[in-house]
Design a protein around this ligand. Sequence first.
Ligand code: DAH
Length: 340
Amino acid sequence: MIKDNLEKIRQDAVKKMMESETMEALNEIRVAYLGKKGELTNLLKSMKDVDPKDRPTVGKLVNEAREELEKHLSEAQARLAMEKRRLQLESEVIDVTLPAKKSVVGHPHPNRVALDEVERIFVGMGYEVVEGPEIEYDYYNFEALNIPANHPAKDEQDTFYITKDILLRTQTSPVQVRTMEKKKPPIRVISPGRVFRSDEVDATHSPSFHQIEGMVIDKGITFADLKGTLQQFAKEMFGEDTRVKFRPHHFPFTEPSAEMDVSCFKCGGKGCRFCKNEGWIEILGCGMVHPKVLRMSGIDPEIYSGFAFGIGLERIALLKYEIDDMRLLYENDIRFLRQF
Ligand code: DAH
């Protein structure tokens, strides 16, 4: 009786172990047969009902069955562990023959390339690069630069005001004042940065663009220093053959003031589509720093003098790379940027 039972338990358990598909299922089978309340254990407990003379034989059989089940159990465990490893390897396989993804490398913007060049030239002449805030006081943007309250530039149509006294700077010239307040002459600085004007977007205008301000203050600085410096800059920037021309102009913060043209580097000055047949292209405003501006910034105009200039960065980038629409500089179309 007990022998039949034993045989049935053994066969069932072996079959289940061999068919088990997960470790969890296998563990449940182990508990069901070999555990403390498992079937085989229960069978051992019923030994007391066996005729004493048969007990050694039956006991031996039960022990053999236990050993056999344990052997099957460890075999099934090994089989499942191998299967798990195989699935893992299969899911992690890497096809080393697949073509690699191309990584896109960034590209310097034409503005950046042009600015690097301008900075290189002026740093080479002993200038320091300084920066000022884009959100500026009316005082620095206008008043300290001798721009009177009724000046058209102060009109709300041209300037983005944040409050009555705070605005988005319309030029980099306020950095002149901030620099003079901080440093003692001799001063030689350039200051590149973003400026804002309430302009409609078109091929030559944008509400936000960049300027590079320059300023030199020392004893005995004259207009000849200004001309020599800016001529040297033009030659290094646009080529050794470049000629420059100064036209009288008016800026409230310089006296005298001028605009500087460079000979067209496309046609050499003969006149072409590029320079609108004029042979010359305007690239900057400049002048001798107004004595009033010096005084307001804490520098004695009886002792010191200086010159200043303001270059339109986009203007230079457009000219240098022969780009005919300023909007291209702001769209950041990678196909366009990659060309420079
Ligand atoms: N700030 C002027 C502008 O935005 C440019 C300029 C002209 C700057 C003459 C200067 C200067 O420093 O001396 O039009």
